[in-house]
Design a protein around this ligand. Structure first.
Ligand SMILES: [Zn+2]
Ligand SMILES: [Zn+2]
Length: 288
């Protein structure tokens, strides 16, 4: 399964946060400047919108969406000759607030909406201070709950791509039961709905020490005809493009020759250039 790679012809980072989410550092222009100096051609701000968060505020407020959208539009114009900037939102799935989510996505002409799940059933599976991180809960139950909610999120049709689809492995905790059947159903549904999946490189900075999704899931996505985009989930300008070189050979080894980009929620593809510069030899376990 080794495959050589060089770079992608259009270097993209489709997952960048801002200070509005209350847990990211520095100004938006600092992220842009880092992306430009790292040779990116296209980036997308994808800041958090979580309606009704349990615990501390980790998202912009609903009332701040307009300010955020305008700020990205302004930067798009300022940097138009330097780098392509897209406006996106990472919208947390919450079954009770689907109508409000649709109102927001109908009101503003975002380039892309990422769907994510940080709080399945109100349980925090992402924070370092969470009970999940501390080793509480039965892993089989939480995995089942997580993928049940991902499945529901797909039914509510509000996003263009799925962010960090196996984020549940963040703290290196794995289900003892196989969840392959549930995953296969989800992958089939993503393909049927013609949605994309994000390859999120932040997982290498977490205890999971692996991309989201893992290689085996990525391969299943490729086989199902699902397109991918790439994001670093930057919460600091230094995170822009993190682990990019690490993930490229994995993407290529899964079979991909293209990644996708978005403009006003329309998807297009850019090519991954393959050349003799590296090999994928990392073992990426599937979630058991
Ligand atoms: Zn996220
Ligand atoms: Zn994020």
């Amino acid at each position: 399964m080794n495959q050589n790679y060089k770079n992608i012809s259009c270097k993209i980072d489709y997952h960048i946060h801002t200070m509005l989410c209350n847990h990211a550092q520095n100004g938006m222009e600092d992220y842009i400047n880092k992306a430009v100096s790292a040779g990116f051609n296209e980036i997308c701000f994808l800041d958090h919108l979580t309606i009704s968060e349990p615990g501390n505020r980790l998202s912009m407020l609903l009332s701040e969406v307009s300010l955020y959208f305008q700020a990205v539009q302004r930067l798009k114009r300022i940097y138009k000759n330097t780098i392509l900037i897209k406006a996106g939102l990472e919208v947390d799935y919450h079954p009770q607030y689907v109508e409000q989510i649709h109102n927001i996505t109908d009101t503003f002409s975002f380039d892309v909406i990422g769907g994510s799940l940080h709080f399945p059933g109100g349980i925090d599976i992402v924070s370092n201070k969470s009970d999940w991180c501390k080793g509480e809960y039965n892993t089989d139950n939480i995995y089942r709950l997580y993928f049940e909610y991902i499945d529901k999120m797909l039914d509510d049709d509000y996003c263009d791509f799925i962010c960090h689809i196996d984020l549940i492995k963040k703290f290196g905790r794995y289900s003892l039961e196989s969840i392959e059947k549930e995953l296969d159903i989800i992958i089939k549904k993503i393909a049927k709905k013609n949605l994309a999946v994000e390859v999120n490189t932040s997982g290498y900075s977490h205890p999971a020490n692996n991309a989201y999704p893992s290689f085996d899931i990525l391969k299943k996505c490729f086989e199902a005809g699902i397109e991918i985009t790439i994001g670093s989930d930057a919460h600091d300008p230094a995170d822009i493009g993190r682990n990019y070189e690490k993930v490229l050979p994995i993407i290529v080894s899964a079979g991909y020759k293209n990644v996708c980009v978005f403009t006003e929620r329309k998807r297009s593809i850019v090519e991954i250039v393959t050349n003799n510069l590296g090999t994928h030899n990392e073992s990426c376990p599937i979630i058991p």
